[in-house]
Design a protein around this ligand. Structure first.
Ligand code: HEC
Ligand code: HEC
Length: 455
């Protein structure tokens, strides 16, 4: 294709005329049409496609474009690889225990908070709030979905955890989330789920001696709990940590099962792959197709939102405004140090992975200007339902998100990785129409989307 272009101006001109004739319907497109269109679209810099608005078919794509569209399809999502740091990640018994714990508010001291309080199955595992908020206190960040996040290398907006099970431990002790302590949670799980625990992890340890295992002990901010924790022997702390890690591993086994479903876009991508124009025009309006064209073309969205989950899995600063009255959030600059120091990381003693398997952590990039104010690129599947948007929930709707991409103000501090798009209103509307095609109920056994015993 490229070679044809350099072959000479006159050939390009002939092809150009042919393309004009084909796309205006003056001569039959037929099977050779795609090749000619490919050449034309390269000659205008790719992504163009539409010769004259309203004349060129909305669903005509170059081969390159079709390849790019297919790369976003759920058909390209590989089976979920095992998590080497979690030996029970794919054990059905662990899934069952994790399922119960995900919905169990017994893991919070006042019995009011479970994972599902903020990650609500009916809301694509989000909460619809600007900042996560329980007991009338805001957390500093917006609740992301957990659908499909099992494919991530890093967890949280700043990636301060390197596995889903290690992540699942943090909210349990965060004062603004569940607000508990690991000795209390270990004891709670071992007493309420003794059989289930034993089925997965073997004999239940005995923590009944409260002089050795205080009711509330953990390395948390709360001074009483922290002093109690520091007063324990190293061996006893290790025994508690082991059960605590196992709680996380069961919750992760459950959360791993919540995967994204097949959206209308995925059907469109399948039709695009075989260039089935009739099927494509059944599935997408011209506006939605135009939005897809902008998404993979002029909008440069696929620089970061690529692959079947619409994320490259890395961290970027996109120059977001600060919510009123809040301080600058360092993002990835802090997340890197936290994950390296985490007791429960891939290289730690509670991980089931060999050192070689911890590639991401061993080769983590700890410093760099590009990490300042950078946050995890969220996937965009179900984005119609997961607002407000961004780590700080700063945008109430997709219009506001797209206005931001349109202006792309400079970041301060740090450096924004965006360039202003300066799209017309129609282009922004088209892009939004496309984003709305990415919705589908999560792909998981239906009973996992309800609290256990509520089937
Ligand atoms: C108070 C509401 C709240 C509760 C309770 C809560 N979460 Fe979250 N969750 C959040 C917020 C907010 C974030 C993002 C925090 C951040 O990035 O600093 C998050 C992030 C996550 C992520 C990372 C997603 C990603 O894209 O990296 C996972 C996974 C997750 N939570 C699972 C859980 C599990 C499992 C539980 C129960 C043990 C839980 N959450 C309890 C609000 C909550
Ligand atoms: C340079 C990388 C980059 C590019 C290019 C990019 N994004 Fe993003 N996108 C991000 C990051 C990073 C976030 C999260 C930022 C944060 O919370 O601090 C994000 C967040 C979003 C969100 C919010 C999702 C949510 O759940 O909160 C939407 C919607 C979105 N992007 C759409 C787009 C569209 C449409 C384009 C193309 C016009 C685009 N992005 C281009 C990196 C990028």
């Amino acid at each position: 294709m490229r070679r044809l272009l350099v072959a000479g101006g006159s050939l390009a001109l002939i092809l150009l005329i042919a393309v004009v004739l084909i796309s205006t319907g003056l001569i039959g497109g037929g099977t050779v049409g795609a090749t000619f269109r490919d050449v034309f679209s390269w000659s205008v810099g790719g992504g163009g496609g539409a010769l004259q608005p309203g004349v060129a078919p909305a669903h005509s794509w170059t081969e390159t474009e079709r390849g790019l569209i297919a790369s976003l399809s759920i058909d390209r999502l590989p089976p979920l690889p095992p998590d080497p740091s979690n030996a029970v990640g794919d054990s059905p018994d662990a899934v069952a225990l994790g399922h119960a714990l995900f919905f169990d508010s017994g893991l919070s001291p006042d019995g009011s908070v479970a994972c599902s309080t903020c990650h609500q199955p009916d809301n694509y595992f989000t909460d619809g709030k600007v900042f996560a908020n329980v007991r009338d206190i805001d957390t500093p960040r917006h609740t992301p979905t957990i659908v499909g996040v099992a494919y991530s290398d890093w967890f949280y907006w700043d990636g301060r955890k390197d596995s889903q099970w290690a992540q699942a431990l943090a909210p349990q002790e965060a004062a603004i989330e569940h607000g508990g302590t690991r000795t209390a949670h270990a004891r709670y799980v071992l007493s309420h789920y003794a059989n289930e625990y034993e089925a997965v992890f073997g004999p239940v340890p005995d923590f009944s001696d409260t002089s050795r295992f205080p009711p509330e002990a953990a390395p948390v901010e709360n001074e009483t709990a922290r002093e109690a924790w520091e007063g324990m022997t190293e061996g006893d702390r290790g025994a508690i940590n082991r059960v605590f890690a196992n709680i996380g591993k069961s919750i992760a086994a459950y959360s791993r099962r919540i995967l994204p479903g097949r959206s209308r876009f995925d059907d469109y991508a399948a039709a695009a792959l075989v260039n089935d124009q009739a099927e494509m025009s059944e599935l997408f309006s011209a506006q939605e197709a135009e939005g897809l064209r902008l998404f993979i073309g002029k909008g440069q969205c696929t620089d970061c939102h690529n692959g079947p989950l619409f994320t490259n899995g890395t961290f970027h600063n996109i120059g977001l405004p600060l919510p009123e009255g809040s301080r600058f959030d360092q993002g990835r600059t802090q997340g890197t140090y936290q994950v390296v120091e985490d007791t429960f990381n891939c290289l730690g003693e509670y991980s089931d992975a060999s050192e070689e398997a911890c590639v991401e952590l061993r080769f983590i990039k700890l410093e760099g200007e590009e990490l300042v104010g950078a946050f995890k690129v969220p996937g965009l599947r179900n984005v119609a339902h997961t607002g407000p948007y961004m780590h700080n929930g700063i945008f109430p709707d997709l219009d506001a998100v797209l206005r931001h991409y349109n202006h792309a103000p400079p970041a301060f501090p740090g450096h924004s990785d965006l360039v202003p798009l300066a799209f017309t209103v129609e282009q922004s509307e088209a892009l939004k129409a496309f984003l709305l095609t990415l919705s589908a109920p999560p792909d998981a056994p239906p009973e996992l989307l309800l609290p256990p015993n509520d089937e």
